[in-house]
Design a protein around this ligand. Structure first.
Ligand SMILES: NC(=O)c1ccc[n+]([C@@H]2O[C@H](COP(=O)([O-])OP(=O)(O)OC[C@H]3O[C@@H](n4cnc5c(N)ncnc54)[C@H](O)[C@@H]3O)[C@@H](O)[C@H]2O)c1
Length: 413
């Protein structure tokens, strides 16, 4: 495990704590234990804090925290490496892990540039390992149903839509304060919806534009963004287009009703899909507790610590399921049959577009374009547009009212 912050605590920790007592089983690969054997963090403090409270059978991991913690971790006898560091530090850790021959699972967004994605993909092929990314919203039952309707032709031909994801101020102000300078909430959370749109509708990305606001997390003319509004235009093969607006913020008041509020609307030729995180489920008030230590609107589908009807405590949901799923894919590659058929098993695990880095190209393209547009905006030129796979190259940024074309990525996306 590289990085032991919020997402480790929410999803990886419950996975490791559960699987130690109940190893994975599949008739094809048999029983497979997935112990947490080593961790790398910046200071070692979070690892020590976790060890102090972890169940006895999970405490026995090595903790690396010096400047070369990741190098040390990948040299230790681990089979798979999970990367949950801040997003601009995914690439370096993933490269080291893949070069050391480890299967790799990276938190979203996988990387911030297509050139980095190319390098990781090639290294994964050269070293015969899996390189995958976590987009847990694809496992949300509501999003599975949406995709099923699209796949079955119940909902036909999406034309446009919007998505919004609002995070509370505490995320920008304290949780991420250490690494937030120069960052934006679009890269952090719009990617969930970029991936949902990309994976569910299977269209060709054509243009990216983005604007945003500053002045709360950092100075009004600085490089750190409070909120962003991203627009993606996709093309169908018959020339029709579809457009999606994705709005994100990490400066919503800490006591707003949604806490993390998520909303989508997709309009099709023959229908409309509306999803709303607050309207689908529970709203709960506890004096002195909500919305700070208990959320008002709890997403029990994502991740819920609960008492099972058979009186067992558990923590489960699609946020944990997505990690188990990756471990099953790795177990299938390593133990799912004879060694001489490993390459075929690896190839089949790589075909899974929901999590393979090879299928993350348009998402990374959108992130790279968005970050370049925001950087230009911060440098005094707002409203640039990035054209995808146009005459100038894979990603070509165009400032408004200017003949300049800045090619961010030359090969086709
Ligand atoms: N899937 C989701 O919905 C979701 C939610 C939150 C975060 N995330 C992703 O998870 C990642 C981490 O987010 P978080 O909320 O856990 O962040 P966090 O700030 O709470 O934790 C980051 C961790 O990374 C460690 N770290 C930082 N730099 C490091 C380095 N160079 N080497 C080793 N360790 C290093 C820190 O010590 C810390 O333990 C981000 O990519 C984020 O986008 C995903």
């Amino acid at each position: 495990m590289i990085g032991m912050g919020m997402i480790f605590d929410e999803t990886y920790r419950p996975f490791f704590e559960r699987s130690v007592g109940r190893p994975l089983y599949d008739p094809t690969f048999g029983v497979c234990s997935v112990p947490l054997t080593a961790v790398a963090t910046r200071t070692g403090q979070r690892a020590a804090a976790y060890r102090a409270k972890a169940p006895a059978d999970v405490r026995d991991f090595e903790s690396f925290s010096s400047a070369d913690a990741v190098e040390q971790l990948v040299e230790s006898p681990v089979d798979a490496v999970c990367i949950a560091t801040p997003d601009d530090r995914h690439f370096a850790a993933a490269r080291l892990a893949i070069e050391a021959g480890k299967h790799v699972l990276i938190e979203k967004p996988s990387v911030l540039k297509l050139a980095e994605l190319d390098e990781l993909q090639q290294l994964a092929v050269d070293h015969g390992v899996l390189a995958k990314v976590v987009y847990h919203k694809l496992l949300d039952p509501d999003h599975k149903k949406l995709r099923t309707f699209v796949a079955d032709g119940v909902l036909q031909h999406v034309n446009n839509g919007y998505c919004s994801l609002l995070e509370p101020k505490s995320i920008a102000g304290s949780q991420f304060a250490e690494w937030i300078t120069g960052r934006n909430p679009g890269t952090y959370v719009a990617v969930h919806y970029i991936k949902l749109i990309d994976f569910t509708f299977g269209l060709q990305l054509k243009r990216v534009s983005c604007t945003g606001q500053r002045g709360i997390v950092g100075p009004a003319n600085g490089p750190t963004w409070d909120s962003t509004q991203l627009r993606l235009v996709y093309a169908y093969s018959d020339g029709r287009e579809a457009a999606f607006d994705i709005h994100t913020s990490w400066v919503t008041p800490d006591n707003f009703p949604g806490y993390v509020e998520q909303e989508v609307q997709f309009r099709f030729d023959n229908g409309v899909w509306n999803g709303h995180s607050r309207k689908r489920g529970v709203e709960c008030t506890v004096e002195g507790a909500t919305p700070f230590t208990i959320k008002n609107t709890i997403n029990n589908h994502y991740n819920a610590a609960l008492l099972e009807p058979w009186d067992e405590r558990s923590q489960r949901g699609y946020g944990v399921e997505v990690i188990e799923r990756f471990m099953r894919e790795a177990a299938m590659v390593e133990f799912g049959g004879p060694l001489q058929e490993r390459a075929a098993r690896l190839a089949s695990a790589r075909k899974l577009a929901y999590n393979d880095l090879a299928a993350d190209r348009q998402v990374v393209a959108a992130v790279e374009a968005m970050e370049a547009i925001l950087a230009r905006h911060a440098a005094g030129t707002p409203d640039c547009v990035v054209e995808v796979n146009g005459p100038a190259g894979g990603l070509a940024l165009q400032p408004p009212g200017s003949a300049e074309i800045d090619v961010l990525y030359q090969p086709p996306v």
